[in-house]
Design a binder for this molecule. Structure first.
Ligand code: ADP
Length: 424
C-alpha cells in the first residue's frame, strides 16, 4: 500500500515532486491523470497523480482533484499531498485555494499548511513573501507569465483572495526554532480559526523541520520542497527501510532526440539562447494563428534534420511578444492554440522516430503527454533539481521524457540532458 498519495496540478510539477520522493528513498510512480479503477500501484511507496488543472476553471480543477483523491483513498494512502508550483502559480479565481478547500473538506480535515518554498531551486519564503533567487516573486519575471501572472509576492494575501478560510503565517522565528515551535504556531492559528498557514522557509533544514511538524496532517499543500521531510517521517514510523532506494535505472532507447518548448519563463528563454547551436524552429502564432498549420510547417522543417543531435522547436517568446500575441488572439486562445500545435508536433516527431524528448513548460508538457497517450512515468536520475529523465509508457511508443517546469534548470539544461543519456 502506498504511504503518500499526491495530486499535482500540472505534469512537470508532478515529476518534480516524484523526483524529490525518489531522492528520499520512496519508490514513486507518476500517473497521467486519474488512474483506471483497477490500475495497480503495488510495490510503490508513493503515487503522484498528475492533472492539468492549474489554469483550468476552478470547478473542473476541484472535480478532477477530488476524483484523484478518491482513487488514492481507494489505494489506502496514509497521507495526502496537493502539489502546486513553487512560484504559487494561480489567479484570484484559483486554483490553489478552491482545490485545497475541496480536498480538506473531503478528508474531513480543518487545517493545512501552504508552503511552496524550495531553496535549492531559489524559492524561499520569508515573512510570507515569496522570493525567486534574490528578488520578490512579483519582480522575478513571473509577473509576465502568460497564464498566471504573479504580481503580489505576499502569499498570505494571495491565498486569502482564493479561499473563505482564514490564512495565517508561521513565521521564520518559529520555523527556525524547530518542529515543536512550528506545531505550537499552527495550533495557535487553528484556534484563531485559520484554515491555512503560509510557512516561512529559507533552507533545507527548515523544510525538514516543517516536514516533521506536519507528520500527522491529513493533507499537505505546497511545492515539492516541502516533501523533503516526509520520507523521514515514514522512516521514523518504521514504514520505510532505513537506507534509501536509488532512482530507477531507465532503459536506453535508440531513436532521435528533440526539444519542445512552450514556456516563456526567463529560465527557458535563457536555455534556448544557450542552445543556439541546435537546429531550431520558432512557432509564431501571430504570423500563423492556426494550430494545424503551425504543426505542419514545423514538421515540414524537421525533414532530414532528425538524429542524435536534438532539434529544438519553440513557441517561447519574451514578454513584449507574448503581450502582442495575447492582445491579438486573447490569453486563453493563444495558450490553447500553441499547446495544440506543440502537442501535434510532438506526435509527428514520435511518428518520425523521436524517442528522447525534452518538454519545457508545465502546461506544454501536459498537452504533449496527453496527446502522446502517456499513462505513467517511472522516475530516473535528475538532470537538474526537480527535473529527472523519466521512462514513459502508455498507449503509444515507449519514450524517454524530461518534463521541465518552465522556470527550472541551469542555462545549459538542454545540452546537459542529452549528455547525461550519452553517458548512461
Ligand atoms: P511554464 O512552465 O513556464 O509556466 P507553461 O507551458 O505552463 O510554461 O505555460 C506557458 C503558456 O504560454 C502555455 O499555455 C503556452 O502555450 C503559452 N505560450 C507559449 N508561447 C507563447 C507565445 N509566443 N505567445 C503567447 N503565449 C505563449
Amino acid at each position: 500500500m502506498p504511504l503518500l498519495g499526491a495530486i499535482a496540478d500540472d505534469f512537470t510539477g508532478a515529476t518534480d515532486l516524484a523526483s524529490m520522493l525518489v531522492k528520499g528513498g520512496m519508490r514513486t510512480v507518476q500517473t497521467i491523470g486519474v488512474p483506471k479503477p483497477d490500475e495497480s500501484v503495488d510495490g510503490y511507496d508513493a503515487v503522484v497523480v498528475s492533472l492539468k488543472s492549474r489554469t483550468a476553471p476552478a470547478e473542473w480543477a476541484c472535480a478532477q482533484s477530488l476524483a484523484a483523491l478518491a482513487w488514492l483513498q481507494g489505494a489506502d494512502c496514509r497521507q495526502y499531498f496537493f502539489k502546486y508550483c513553487s512560484t504559487f502559480d494561480s489567479t484570484d479565481l484559483g486554483n490553489i485555494g478552491p482545490v485545497a478547500d475541496a480536498l480538506l473538506t473531503a478528508l474531513g480535515a480543518r487545517f493545512a499548511i501552504a508552503c511552496p518554498a524550495f531553496p535549492a531551486n531559489g524559492r524561499s519564503v520569508y515573512q510570507g513573501h515569496l522570493f525567486v533567487g534574490s528578488v520578490l516573486l512579483s519582480e522575478s519575471g513571473m509577473q509576465n507569465h502568460p497564464l498566471t501572472p504573479m504580481r503580489d509576492p505576499n502569499l498570505v494575501r494571495v491565498l486569502s483572495r482564493q479561499t473563505d478560510g482564514g490564512v495565517g503565517l508561521v513565521p521564520y522565528a518559529a520555523v527556525a526554532a524547530g518542529p515543536e515551535a512550528i506545531r505550537a504556531a499552527m495550533r495557535t492559528l487553528g484556534k484563531a480559526g485559520r484554515r491555512y498557514a503560509i510557512v516561512d522557509a529559507v533552507s533545507d533544514q527548515h523544510l525538514l523541520a516543517i516536514g516533521e511538524a506536519i507528520a500527522d496532517h491529513a493533507l499537505i499543500t505546497g511545492g515539492s520542497g516541502i516533501a523533503m521531510g516526509l520520507p523521514g517521517n515514514f522512516r521514523r514510523a518504521g514504514l520505510l527501510p532505513a537506507s534509501p532506494a536509488v532512482a530507477a535505472r531507465l532503459p536506453a532507447l535508440a531513436g532521435h532526440a528533440a526539444i519542445i518548448a512552450g514556456s516563456c519563463s526567463p529560465a527557458t528563454l535563457g536555455q534556448i539562447e544557450e542552445a543556439a547551436d541546435l537546429p531550431r524552429f520558432a512557432i509564431d502564432p501571430l504570423i500563423t494563428p492556426d494550430a494545424q498549420r503551425l504543426a505542419a510547417d514545423a514538421l515540414a522543417w524537421v525533414e532530414g534534420k532528425l538524429g542524435a543531435v536534438p532539434v529544438l522547436i519553440a513557441a517561447s517568446a519574451p514578454p513584449e511578444r507574448v503581450q502582442m500575441v495575447q492582445a491579438s488572439l486573447g490569453r486563453e486562445r493563444a495558450g490553447t492554440l500553441i499547446e495544440t500545435a506543440l502537442a501535434t508536433i510532438a506526435e509527428g516527431l514520435v511518428a518520425r522516430g523521436v524517442r528522447r524528448l525534452v518538454l519545457a513548460g508545465g502546461e506544454t508538457a501536459g498537452a504533449v503527454v496527453a496527446k502522446l497517450g502517456v499513462q505513467r512515468l517511472t522516475i530516473g536520475e535528475e538532470i537538474a533539481p526537480g527535473v529527472p529523465w523519466t521512462f514513459a509508457e502508455g498507449t503509444g511508443e515507449k519514450l524517454l521524457l524530461a518534463l521541465k517546469s518552465g522556470n527550472f534548470g541551469q542555462p545549459a539544461f538542454f545540452h546537459d540532458a542529452f549528455a547525461m543519456l550519452r553517458k548512461s
